[in-house]
Structure formats: structure tokens, C-alpha cells
Design a protein around this ligand. Structure first.
Ligand SMILES: [Zn+2]
Length: 413
């Protein structure tokens, strides 16, 4: 059996009608038959007819009682045993986080470690396997009970194949068959791989500030800069999956050389690495006493977060550095706002820890640059989910991807 066939076999077959119900279930927290029929605008009879076979197959189950509202207590519904357990995985440039969740995405155990993604898939997936195994041991589960694995990676992913395409900071991962390799170990799981920023956008959409927003730009400012785009409540990946690669929008012609080969990309001017490099230059040139003081030994390399700390002390050079970065990011976002008219822009990633000065500058630049109509109801906020956003998104995507529509009437039920 090929990896694709195995993946299809590991998914749960449902009919188009059942998919409608499952999709709605994924949007609601502990729905009842009544709230489901209201949300879908269908009759209670339709709900009963559709739910019964799903309960028989243990895809759904009755999970408890809804709050009392007179009369009989309604039973709440959730996902059942057949959905199994889910693993959310967040690979960063230098970190790996895992969360193990139950059928209703309730996180049961989690762990975090430092890795170097540039060490390649052999070493990194070995670390993943060890962490996954210890999480399983922690709550007494077998690998075979994992039905869905969602993995966020810091590089461009062909979403259909789950393979990375020429990832700039992930040598050795290009076209590496992550899903196939994982399925050799987790034989019953469906594996889905996506860009880390898309995972964060999904996390924010379903678990964070994005709830209720329709059109969101989730901007991750880490070492690099990238965006996850939510369009009409759904993640938008573009034609082949690389939508949101906004770090290489040019904001200064003849600016510094970017690793992509062009000059003046916003990432090369205002990404975490760019800020850190400039901070280290300033510190060593003596232009800032505050930053110089942080260099306690030859091999100290200041981070963007250190710039935030120095700025909070009133360090002028650090404040200027933050303002300049905010200006570049704001200019890039102004173009996006004019083009896309989002209702919410969320900022995440390591640089968001730099503090409020950065986001205030960004807000000012966008408000000044974009049209009043486009910014009238626009919110620009830091994502409060922090590093959790990627894990929530990965678990969510793992579960969504577990279901496939199978129209053969012979499907066993
Ligand atoms: Zn570039």
C-alpha cells in the first residue's frame, strides 16, 4: 500500500451530509441537537437521522448535559472514540513543542524542547519520536491510538503532498516525505503538514482573538516574517500553498541584501534577526550604553527581546531601532490592508515580546497610510495565545483533516 493509500485508509469516511454536521460540530463547543439544528437551519428530524449512525460508529458521542433551561436537560455532543487522540506539533527554527489532545481537542499532555531545525529531518524527527513516546507513556496510550497528527514547520509547504519546497532555513528538508515517514511509525494516523504561520492563524481563529473575525492577517515576526491569511473564516493558502510569504515584500529599494537574493525585503530590515544584528552592532560600536552593558562576554549575541528590555529602560538607540522596525512593518501592512481589507491583524512570534512601542508604531503607520474606510473597523493586536497558537492550530487541522467524504453507499456504518 502506498503512503497515499495508507493515508486515505487512515481517514474516517463520511457522507456529504455527515460532513455538513461534522463541520458544524468543529465550530461549536459542546453543542446539543437543538443548537446544531438551529446553527445549520435544519429540522430536528434531520439532525437525529444524521447523528444516529455517527454515534453508532463512535465518531460522535453524548458527552454530558447542557445547562438547564427548563424542561428536560439536553445532552451535549462531542467527538467519540473513533476520532481517537490527536497530536499537535510545532517545529520552530530552534524549538519543538508537542501537545497530545483527546477527541475533543482537550490538551492532556504537552512538552517542549530545544532543537536546531537545520540539523535535518533525521535528528529532528528522532527528537519528535522520543517526545511523542514520552507523552504517550505519560497518559498510558499506544501509538495506534493516535488518529491525527498536525505538524507546523517554519518553511513553505506544498499542502497537498505535505512536503516542504526549498525551505530557506531547513537544509535537508526539501521534498522530504514527512507524512510517509511518520505513518510508518504511527500506522493508524492521518498526518497533515502546514506552514507554522498558517497553524498560528488557525489557532487564533478557533481559540484566540480571531474567534468571530472573518478576515484575518496573522503576522508572525520571528527571525523571519510571514503571514497566515484567514479569508471569510477559512485559511487561505493560495494556488499552491505559499500565500502569505510577505517577508519578502520590498520596503526599501537598494536596502540590505536579503537571504532570498533581493534587496530591501521587510524581513531583512525588521525581522527578529535583522533587529538582533543591528542591536549587536550598536552595542559593540558603543552607540548605546544600555545595550553595551548587556554584552557581558565576547560570545553574547543580543536578541530582539533584549532591545525591548533596553527600550523599556529608556535607551534611545533601542527606541529608535524599534520605531524603525515598526515603520517598515507598518508600511508593508499598509499595502496588505489596502489590498485585502482585513478586520483583524494579529501579531505573533518572538518579536511580539518586544513590547507596546512596536505595535503602537505599526498602528500609527497603518492608520496614516491606508484608506479611512479600510481602517475604520480594523483592529491590530498582539496575539495573546503566544506559542500556544501553533499547537492549537495543529491539533485543529489534524482533526479537520481526519474526515474525508466518501460517496460510496456501501460505506460500512
Ligand atoms: Zn527577501
Amino acid at each position: 500500500m502506498s503512503a497515499n493509500q495508507q493515508m486515505a485508509a487512515n481517514r474516517i469516511n463520511i457522507s456529504t451530509e455527515e460532513k455538513r454536521l461534522i463541520d458544524q460540530m468543529l465550530l461549536m463547543d459542546a453543542p446539543t441537537r437543538t443548537t446544531l439544528s438551529q446553527a445549520l437551519e435544519v429540522s430536528p428530524a434531520w439532525i437525529t437521522k444524521s447523528i444516529t449512525p455517527l454515534i453508532d460508529r463512535e465518531i460522535l458521542e453524548e458527552t454530558g448535559s447542557a445547562a438547564h433551561s427548563g424542561g428536560r436537560r439536553a445532552r451535549t455532543l462531542g467527538f467519540g472514540k473513533a476520532v481517537g487522540y490527536l497530536l499537535g506539533v510545532d517545529f520552530g527554527a530552534t524549538s519543538l513543542s508537542l501537545a497530545l489532545a483527546g477527541p475533543n481537542r482537550d490538551i492532556l499532555a504537552r512538552s517542549h524542547t530545544s532543537i536546531e531545525i537545520k540539523d535535518g529531518p533525521g535528528i529532528c524527527l528522532h527528537a519528535f519520536n522520543e517526545m511523542a513516546q514520552s507523552l504517550l507513556d505519560e497518559i498510558n496510550l499506544e501509538k495506534s491510538q493516535i488518529r491525527g497528527i498536525g505538524i507546523g514547520v517554519p518553511g513553505p509547504v506544498n499542502f497537498t503532498t505535505g512536503r516542504l519546497t526549498s525551505p530557506p532555513i531547513m537544509p535537508g528538508w526539501d521534498d522530504y516525505p514527512i507524512p510517509d515517514v511518520l505513518m510508518a511509525d504511527f500506522k493508524g494516523a492521518s498526518v497533515v503538514v502546514d506552514n507554522d504561520v498558517n497553524m498560528m492563524a488557525l489557532g487564533a481563529l478557533y481559540h484566540g482573538e480571531g474567534i468571530g473575525a472573518n478576515n484575518i492577517i496573522f503576522l508572525k515576526i520571528g527571525s523571519g516574517i510571514g503571514a497566515g491569511i484567514v479569508c471569510k473564516g477559512e485559511l487561505y493558502r493560495g494556488s499552491i500553498g505559499c500565500a502569505g510569504d510577505v517577508g519578502h515584500i520590498i520596503v526599501e529599494r537598494d536596502g540590505p541584501l536579503c537571504h532570498c537574493g533581493n534587496r530591501g525585503c521587510v524581513e531583512a530590515l525588521a525581522g527578529g534577526l535583522a533587529i538582533a544584528q543591528e542591536a549587536n552592532r550598536i552595542a559593540r560600536s558603543g552607540e548605546s550604553q544600555e545595550l553595551s552593558r548587556m554584552i557581558t562576554s565576547e560570545d553574547v549575541f543580543l536578541s530582539a527581546e533584549d532591545v525591548g528590555v533596553a527600550a523599556a529602560q529608556g535607551d534611545l538607540a533601542s527606541l529608535e531601532l524599534i520605531d524603525r522596525s515598526g515603520q517598515y512593518i507598518g508600511e508593508m501592512l499598509t499595502h496588505l490592508v489596502s489590498f485585502y481589507n482585513p478586520d483583524l491583524i494579529l501579531l505573533g512570534g518572538g518579536v511580539s515580546k518586544i513590547g507596546h512601542r512596536l505595535i503602537n508604531t505599526i498602528r500609527q503607520v497603518v492608520l496614516k497610510g491606508a484608506s479611512p474606510l479600510a481602517t475604520r473597523d480594523l483592529r491590530i493586536e498582539y496575539s495573546q495565545l503566544g506559542e500556544e497558537a501553533g499547537l492549537y492550530g495543529a491539533i485543529r487541522l489534524a482533526q479537520q483533516s481526519l474526515f474525508q467524504v466518501f460517496e460510496d453507499n456501501d460505506v460500512s456504518r
